[in-house]
Design a protein around this ligand. Structure first.
Ligand SMILES: [Zn+2]
Length: 281
């Protein structure tokens, strides 16, 4: 069974120039009925990927109806809230965070989160073990600073802020799942290697609330766990179908009802983008 409609909530700029990448991406979006693609900027010294904020803006300008631009903030630099305003004015809808020098919930970052909350900009955080990139070799990288439980603190401090944690916190899945349950403003994607290595049943045991076994344990807004999970690919255009297949295997093995499948692939993501001011076509 193929999902009827998709929002990809975790995508980067690909390995080529923006115009070239869009030539790969648009046919894939049409093939898989992907309505929106959240493209996440990445900014750090010496970055070698074609996913800088300027690349993401170029993709958005090339395909404004498809691409939803999220901007990276370099967490090694000062957290001046005016940076958030400037990114909003450039057209960015949300923000992306990765590789902080201190934990994500350090209060030095609160001016950014506070301004994002005011401007209704959703914030996506890389979580868990991080890739080993050539430009980071020899520099201190601490994946422990990107744990799901840090988002629990931020979600409580900023109840009006929408947070998305990437990769279900791989490998800190228990922290991610329980933080998801208690925070109505905290969502997760399952991109990365999680769906390759974890059995669907194991993921189902983590995301237990609101299902047929424990229907009373819904979240504060009456939702089940699967209404807090987003489809995200985190691969280049040619491999999107492979990740859709992984998500399909998950929902089919767990026999999730069609309305929850639609929530994962589309409806929850759409509601988050609408809350950020986008109109879904
Ligand atoms: Zn990513």
């Amino acid at each position: 069974m193929q999902p009827q409609r998709i929002i990809d909530f975790h995508h980067h700029g690909g390995g080529t120039a923006p115009a070239d990448y869009l030539r790969q991406l648009v046919p894939q979006a049409q093939h898989w009925n992907i309505h929106k693609i959240v493209m996440l900027g990445l900014e750090w010294p010496g970055i070698t990927m074609s996913s800088r904020n300027r690349d993401i803006l170029a993709c958005w300008k090339g395909e404004p109806g498809l691409v939803v631009p999220f901007a990276a903030l370099d967490m090694q630099k000062s957290s001046d809230p005016a940076q958030v305003d400037a990114l909003r004015e450039q057209g960015f809808v949300g923000l992306k965070f990765i590789r902080p020098p201190v934990p994500y919930h350090d209060e030095r970052f609160y001016p950014w989160y506070d301004r994002a909350q005011q401007l209704k900009m959703p914030c996506l955080f890389h979580l868990g073990i991080v890739a080993r990139l050539p430009e980071w070799e020899g520099h201190r990288t601490d994946s422990n600073l990107m744990r799901p439980i840090h988002l629990d603190t931020i979600a409580r401090s900023f109840p009006g802020l929408t947070l998305v944690g990437a990769h279900l916190g791989n490998p800190w899945y228990e922290e991610a799942a329980m933080s998801c349950r208690w925070n109505p403003n905290l969502y997760f994607d399952l991109s990365g290697s999680t769906l390759k290595r974890m059995r669907p049943e194991a993921i189902g045991e983590l995301l237990w609330w609101g299902g047929t076994t424990y229907p009373a344990y819904r979240d504060r807004l009456g939702r089940s766990a699967w209404e807090k999970i987003l489809f995200g690919s985190d691969v280049n255009a040619p491999d999107i179908g492979d990740v859709i297949g992984d998500y399909n295997r998950l929902v089919e093995t767990l026999e999730l009802p069609s309305e929850l499948v639609d929530a994962i692939f589309y409806r929850t993501g759409a509601s988050l983008l609408e809350a950020a001011g986008l109109t879904m076509s």
